[in-house]
Design a protein around this ligand. Structure first.
Ligand code: FES
Ligand SMILES: [Fe+2]
Length: 348
C-alpha cells in the first residue's frame, strides 16, 4: 500500500542483528531496507555486511559462503571477496578481478548490536551510534547485566514504520492508556542537536506538583524520570530511573519492505549484588519487557496521519518532531549539530 506514502529511503543507522546472533566466522543472510544482504564475522572478529549476491554469477554468499583469512568465499566458484568488497582471489586465475566490487555497508558493532548506515545519497556517516550505557550520567555510573540473551525481544514483521514509532518520543498522553500509569508524565525538557532528539519526562505526583527547583530551574534529580533519545529514525534509547534502579531500553525499527519493519528491543537492567540469585533481575526484566506489546498492538494497526488533529498542548511538540524528522528524508540537508554535547560517543 504505497498510498500511505511510507518509504525505505531514510538516512540513518539501522539495527540488523544482535552481536550474539553472528558468532565467530558465522555467515548469515539478512534482508533489510528492501535489500538482500549477507553478514559475517571475519577471522579478525569484525562483523561486515555486504550485498548478498556474488558479483561473479550471482550465487548467494549467505548460503554456503564461508569465512576465509582474507574475506568471504563464494560457494559456487570459490571467488573471495575482501572486507572492502573487492575481489581478492579467483581460484583458477593468477590474479583477482579488480573491476567488480561487492557493495559494502558501513557497519558498527556496539551495544551488543550490529548497525548499518544507510544514506540514499551515498554520503558517509555524519553521526555515530551512541554507546547507550555511557550516554547519560545515571547510566554511566552504573553496572548493567548484559542484554544477551534474555534482555531482548524481536518482532520481525510489523506493519508499521519508524516515523510512527518515533512519535512515542513526544506522545506523553498514551502512557495512562497503554502503560496504565497513574498519571500522564510531565514534559520537563526537550532539545535537538542535529540528528539527536532528546526528551526528558517526569512521572508521578512529585513531578506534577514540583517540577522546578527553588531557583526556578527544572529539577535536576533523575528519580522517576525517563529520558528518550532518538538518533535518526532508526535507533532510540530510553533511560528510565525508577525506585528499583536504572534501566536502558533500546527500541530500534528497521524497514524491511515498504510498510514492513523489524523491531529490535534490547533491555539493560542495572546490576546489584545478589539480584540474579534472588530473582530481582528477572522480575525487573519481565516488568520492562511487559510494556512494549501494548505499544505494538497499536502501531501494527495504526496509520500515519499527515495532518493530525491535535490537542492544543500537543501541537508544538508534534510539529517540532515532524520538522526534525524531515532532515532524514531524501532532498533534505542534515541539520548541523549544535554546540554542546555531541550525540557521538566513544567507539565501543
Ligand atoms: S558466483 Fe560466486 S564465485 Fe561464481
Ligand atoms: Fe509506549
Amino acid at each position: 500500500m504505497r498510498s500511505r506514502g511510507l518509504d525505505l529511503e531514510m538516512t540513518g543507522w539501522y539495527q540488523v542483528a544482535w552481536s550474539g546472533e553472528i558468532g565467530p566466522e558465522q555467515v548469515v543472510p539478512l534482508r533489510y531496507l528492501g535489500r538482500d544482504l549477507v553478514a559475517y564475522r571475519g577471522k579478525d572478529g569484525v562483523v561486515r555486511v555486504h550485498d548478498r549476491y556474488c558479483r561473479h554469477l550471482g550465487a548467494s554468499l549467505a548460503h554456503g559462503g564461508c569465512v576465509v583469512d582474507d574475506g568471504l568465499r563464494c560457494p559456487f566458484h570459490g571467488w573471495v571477496w575482501g572486507p572492502d568488497g573487492r575481489n581478492v582471489s579467483i581460484p583458477y586465475q593468477g590474479r583477482p578481478n579488480k573491476a567488480g566490487r561487492l557493495h559494502t555497508w558501513t557497519t558498527v558493532e556496539r551495544n551488543e548490536s550490529i548497525y548499518i548506515w544507510f544514506d540514499p545519497a551515498g554520503r558517509e556517516p555524519y553521526w555515530d551510534v551512541p554507546d547507550m550505557l555511557a550516554h547519560t550520567p545515571q547510566a554511566a555510573s552504573r553496572q548493567f547485566h548484559p542484554a544477551w540473551p534474555d534482555g531482548r525481544a524481536f518482532y520481525p514483521d510489523l506493519h508499521t514504520h519508524p516515523r510512527i514509532v518515533i512519535e512515542n518520543a513526544v506522545d506523553l498522553h498514551h502512557f495512562r492508556f497503554i502503560h496504565h500509569t497513574a498519571m500522564t508524565p510531565i514534559l520537563l525538557e526537550q532539545r535537538t542537536e542535529g540528528p539527536l532528539w532528546w526528551t526528558r519526562a517526569g512521572f508521578g505526583r512529585g513531578w506534577a506538583k514540583h517540577p522546578y527547583d527553588a531557583d526556578g530551574e527544572v529539577r535536576s534529580d533523575t528519580m522517576s524520570t525517563i529520558e528518550i533519545f532518538w538518533t535518526g529514525l532508526g535507533v532510540s534509547m530510553n533511560v528510565e530511573h525508577t525506585a528499583a534502579g536504572v534501566r536502558v531500553v533500546s527500541i530500534n525499527v528497521t524497514p524491511v519492505e515498504d510498510e514492513r519493519c523489524a523491531l529490535f528491543a534490547t533491555y539493560w537492567i542495572d546490576r546489584n549484588p545478589g539480584d540474579l540469585e534472588d530473582g530481582t533481575y528477572q522480575r525487573r526484566l519481565a516488568e520492562a519487557k511487559a510494556l512494549l506489546p501494548g505499544d505494538i498492538d497499536i502501531w501494527k494497526h495504526q496509520i500515519y496521519v499527515e495532518s493530525p488533529v491535535l490537542a492544543t498542548e500537543e501541537g508544538a511538540l508534534f510539529r517540532r518532531l515532524r520538522r526534525w524528522t524531515a532532515q532524514f528524508y531524501p532532498g533534505h540537508t542534515p541539520e548541523p549539530a549544535a554546540g554542546g554535547p555531541s550525540p557521538t560517543t566513544a567507539s565501543a
